[in-house]
Design a protein around this ligand. Structure first.
Ligand SMILES: Nc1ncnc2c1ncn2[C@@H]1O[C@H](COP(=O)(O)OP(=O)(O)O)[C@@H](O)[C@H]1O
Ligand SMILES: O=C(O)C1=C[C@@H](OP(=O)(O)O)[C@@H](O)[C@H](O)C1
Ligand SMILES: [Mg+2]
Length: 167
């Protein structure tokens, strides 16, 4: 959360000639309500089921840059699907950066906690090993503009692609 997947992904997709797709936005469009309301009505479990179903559907498509949600990696089937059908980039953030960027955020249900730092640290402890095993490449999220972040990610992605595709 807050690493910039949605923001940087949007800037990066056209640079790679890809369509930008955001997993959360796809779920919201399909359901007609936002992620927070899905959490309220169906709980996290309900949201995760929708997230998985949408990922299965989207993974059949080609030519897109997909911004996942921060928790998409929790499900082992999602990790396998992502790795098998795409080049997975971990846009790696840290708790201080997340707290700064999400200070006024009201849209992320998992941040509704009395102690946000504690919550983010617990999520990182649980998830960082999963991001590590799922990602083909890691790009550290820096406090530079999303456009400049997109350039960094583009470089990493082009390098990764050149290693598997003869040019
Ligand atoms: N490189 C960046 N520099 C400054 N702010 C950023 C950067 N990337 C994202 N942000 C801001 O951080 C917040 C979360 O970004 P977002 O793209 O929604 O992250 P994610 O999709 O990974 O949760 C937004 O307010 C966004 O404008
Ligand atoms: O980390 C998470 O579990 C979540 C991250 C959110 O997406 P972003 O990573 O785009 O904020 C969204 O999918 C939902 O609130 C749950
Ligand atoms: Mg997002």
């Amino acid at each position: 959360m807050g690493s910039g997947k949605t923001t940087v992904g949007k800037a990066l997709a056209p640079r790679l000639g890809l369509e930008f797709v955001d997993l959360d936005q796809q779920i919201e469009q399909r359901c007609g309500v936002d992620v927070s309301l899905i959490f309220e009505i169906e709980g996290e479990q309900g949201f995760r089921a929708r997230e998985h179903a949408m990922l299965v559907e989207l993974s059949k498509r080609q030519g897109m840059l997909l911004a996942t949600g921060g928790g998409s990696v929790i499900n082992p089937a999602n990790r396998e699907l992502l790795r098998a059908t795409g080049l997975v980039v971990w846009l790696q953030t840290g708790v201080d950066q997340q707290l700064r960027r999400l200070a006024r955020d009201q849209r992320r249900p998992l941040l509704r906690a009395p102690d946000r730092r504690e919550r983010l640290e617990a999520l990182a402890a649980e998830r960082d090993p999963l991001y590590r095993t799922c990602a083909h490449r890691v790009v550290r999220s820096a406090d530079i503009s999303p456009a400049r972040m997109a350039l960094r990610a583009e470089k990493e992605i082009r390098q990764a692609l050149s290693e598997v595709t003869p040019t």
